[in-house]
Design a protein around this ligand. Structure first.
Ligand SMILES: Cc1ncc(COP(=O)(O)O)c(C=O)c1O
Length: 409
């Protein structure tokens, strides 16, 4: 029997869908290369360049010969800088040896799940949620269990919903606040309430994905579960350089887990030693500079995102029939566009779902958005737009989208 190409691919690889958000980003890049007039609301990355002191630190490290293998979890200096950041900004008590630096927050999450999940275990998470959590859970042999939320509840789950959803098979709970794709976040009291519930279920570990912890608006407070007595020994905190420091291409993320003297981090380091060995050596001094010396740059970028969040919300509120909670953090809005389903676009496309909405919108107006399907839960009624682009692009793009929706028949 001849083996087809498909047969040579593992079941594991065949079962996983590619990242839909990265696919949109690639499509926009290709359309721009063809000279098409595209406004990209799709990418989940800051439009700023990485602040100069961070780049200079990497260049200096390269020039000084820091081009060799470094310790698997990162240099002692970089791990100490992460531990100090977590103590200073998040109130998380952890030692440098409880920190591991990996190739992006994405790989930190992947390693954490590989280190904790056995086949048959369940991972519980409110949805809509970022596209990679479910495939990563399944790659670890686990089952992704949703707590579906609604726009009315700002896409947030209550402590009672967690209590009702936890079973004897629940191994990991993930919280992502502020949220990608929802742009909303938990208030400190709800975080405390959820942690009180989790604390009663001793077999459950919490992963707190805090990659957007510095991007919060309206004077809101971000509370790290790892700072609470109730869950500090059973929380793995994930963060990284990508969003806070406009450094998505650097691929630097980290995880911290002080419980049981860093047992999870040690397991993650063992896995990392057989996979990537470490992050790129000369990014580590740059991470130290970012965490210790770039507060002013971070404050400026946050202020720009806050201004754009207000502009974006004001403009999308004029789109006929579309509803959306106001953005609270990260750089996303997640409007409900189901009012357009069953209608026809000026170019003759039938809008059946968020996918056909996004497809026709891109073709007919050049505005790129992400259909919400892969974010699960009520996601299929929504699209995600990033407001990490210039004020002018936000104004032009929102006008194109609003006019297009108004012209649907
Ligand atoms: C919620 C969330 N977690 C983690 C990541 C991973 O980011 P990175 O791997 O660039 O650090 C992202 C990136 O989009 C994200 O939105």
């Amino acid at each position: 029997m001849t083996q087809t190409c498909h047969d040579s691919i593992s079941h594991r690889a065949a079962a996983i869908a590619p990242s839909s958000t990265l696919a949109i980003t690639a499509r926009v890049r290709a359309m721009k290369a063809e000279g098409r007039d595209v406004i990209g609301f799709g990418a989940g990355e800051p439009d700023f360049t990485t602040p100069d002191p961070i780049s200079e630190a990497a260049i200096a490290a390269l020039r000084s010969g820091m081009t060799k293998y470094v310790p698997v979890p990162g240099t002692p200096e970089a791990r100490a800088a992460v531990a100090a950041k977590l103590q200073r900004e998040n109130g998380i008590d952890c030692k440098p040896e409880h920190v591991i630096i990996s190739n992006g927050g994405k790989f930190s999450l992947y390693l954490a799940l590989q280190a904790m999940i056995n086949p048959g275990d369940e991972l519980l998470m409110p949805t809509p949620a970022w596209v990679s959590y479910k495939p990563m859970t399944e790659l670890a042999g686990g089952t992704f269990v949703e707590i579906p939320t609604t726009a009315e509840s700002l896409f947030l789950a209550t402590p009672e919903q967690f209590e009702a959803a936890i079973t004897s098979r629940t191994r990991v709970v993930i919280l992502n606040s502020p949220s990608n794709p929802c742009g909303t976040m938990y208030d400190p009291d709800t975080i405390r309430g959820i942690c009180d519930v989790l604390a009663r279920h001793e077999h459950v570990t919490l992963i707190s994905d805090e990659i957007y912890d510095r991007l919060v608006y309206g004077g809101r407070t971000h509370l790290s579960p790892g700072s609470l007595d109730s869950m500090k020994d059973r929380t793995i905190t994930i963060n990284g350089m990508s969003k806070t420091f406009a450094a998505t291409g650097w691929r630097v993320g980290y995880a911290a887990s002080p419980g049981n003297d860093g047992a999870v981090v040690k397991a993650m380091a063992k896995l990392q030693s057989q996979m990537t060995s470490s992050v790129t050596s000369f990014t580590l001094p740059a991470l130290v500079t970012a965490l210790e010396s770039c507060q002013a740059e971070v404050a400026d970028m946050r202020a720009a995102f806050e201004r754009r969040s207000a502009l974006m919300y004001e403009l999308l509120s004029t789109w006929p029939g579309v509803t959306c909670p106001p953005p609270m953090g990260a750089f996303y809005v997640f409007p409900d566009i189901s009012c357009t389903f069953g209608r026809t676009s000026p170019g003759g496309s039938e809008i059946e779902n968020a996918g056909t909405f996004a497809e026709a919108l891109l073709e007919e107006t050049g505005a790129a958005v992400v259909p919400g399907d892969d974010f699960l839960g009520c996601g299929p009624n929504h699209i995600r737009l990033s407001f990490a682009l210039s004020d002018q692009a936000i104004e032009d793009g929102c006008a194109r989208i609003g006019d297009w929706i108004a012209s649907l028949s």
